[in-house]
Design a protein around this ligand. Structure first.
Ligand code: EPU
Length: 334
């Protein structure tokens, strides 16, 4: 019999599992895979920043805590660096390490909670960049056979907050490390409006890598709760895409609605929809819609899994009733 273990996630719900394993090195991982323990129910946990455990998990939680960052080589034609980081590295520490070494490309992704191994799964993104823009390949182990498999960027099938690891290969591979292609030349990507405005108002025209990272951290923490201060899973919902005719109808009724053209229609700002459905800053029990960013559900202290689900359903129902749009959860709900 396994003892029930508390599971750490940034949402801070009182979650538990039958068993909890911490894996630090490849020998431990290979042993685990050959033991067959993962043939039953299991969940691979990184930093716990995008997962909400709403009930006891009847299985094994595998927490990947392998460490290491190394420069694999420099491309002789482009001068790009290939840098490998272990899945268990803390994402933000890795991004800062790259900046301090002069390996550029990840600056816009500073201050995202979670681990390196989680980044490809949902293709983390912010301020105009996504992890897929810099991921070169992903090193994995197949859970059923223990065989190593390398996924190229293309094979990862990256999309908005999605990859082959979320669907259709969910629970088939363990991501062990990620190789990034990073540039020796710093090319600041300022096309995200709030970022260019923040730098402009600080009188910065040509930001240094550190100034970029600082500006992004500031914008981010102005809108999102810090995990150590208030529990959340970052964006709880994805920004939905609707067909052009649906968008045009909505736009006629709500001229100030925020939307971006994408292939196949328009991506709507779910935060805007939730706010205009009257939910920003409101709570149900001890779970609330964050007052500064309506896309984020927060733990107001001692929140239960049922309260999270009830609030998510109420918000989704109201957005559907008012705008005819179905919100999809971004966070993984267990
Ligand atoms: N908006 C509102 N009300 C709100 C929230 C947003 O009107 O309560 C409007 C804003 O005014 C803005 C637009 O919606 O015009 C977009 O807002 P924001 O720039 O804050 O970005 P987002 O679309 O709400 C996404 C990501 C975030 C990422 C930011 C910045 C998703 C699901 N979320 O949020 O990612 O940090 O862009 O790039 O795509 C995460 O995935 O956990 C996450 C935090």
């Amino acid at each position: 019999m396994f003892s029930k273990m508390e599971i750490y996630t940034t949402f801070g719900l009182p979650a538990s599992a039958d068993s909890y394993l911490v894996i630090n090195d490849e020998i431990q991982l290979r042993k685990l895979l050959s033991s067959g323990q993962l043939s039953d129910s299991f969940f691979i946990l990184g930093g716990g920043s995008n997962v909400v455990f709403t009930k006891h998990f009847p299985g094994t939680i595998v927490h990947l805590d392998n460490k290491g960052i190394r420069l694999l080589g420099v491309d002789s034609t482009s001068g790009d660096y290939l840098v490998e980081a272990a899945a268990g590295e803390v994402w933000d520490d890795f991004v800062h390490y790259c900046i301090s070494n002069g390996w550029y490309g990840l600056e816009n992704l500073v201050a995202i909670p979670g681990t390196v191994g989680a980044a490809p799964v949902q293709n983390v993104g912010a301020y105009g960049k996504e992890a897929k823009d810099s991921i070169f390949r992903v090193r994995t182990f197949e859970i059923s056979t223990g065989h190593e498999r390398i996924f190229t960027n293309e094979e990862c099938q990256f999309a908005y907050r999605n990859s082959v690891f979320k669907e259709p290969l969910k629970n088939r591979y363990i991501i062990w490390s990620v190789v990034f292609r990073l540039s020796s030349v710093f090319r600041p990507d300022l096309h995200y409006k709030a970022l260019s405005e923040a730098l402009y108002s600080a009188g910065i025209e040509q930001p240094s890598p550190q100034q970029m990272a600082d500006a992004i951290s500031k914008i981010r923490w102005g809108k999102l709760p810090r995990p150590e201060e208030m529990g959340s899973a970052g964006s709880f919902f994805k920004n939905p895409v609707v067909p052009v005719d649906h968008y045009l109808k909505l736009k006629a009724s709500y001229p100030d609605m925020v939307a971006y053209p994408v292939p196949g229609g328009y991506k709507l700002a779910a935060g805007w929809l939730i706010e205009h459905a009257g939910w920003k800053g409101r709570a149900m029990g001890r779970c609330g819609v964050y007052e500064k960013q309506a896309l984020v559900l927060v733990n107001l202290g001692g929140c239960s899994g049922d309260e999270v689900l009830a609030l998510a359903e109420a918000v989704t129902a109201d957005v559907r009733a008012q705008f005819g749009v179905s919100l999809e959860k971004e966070a993984i709900i267990i």
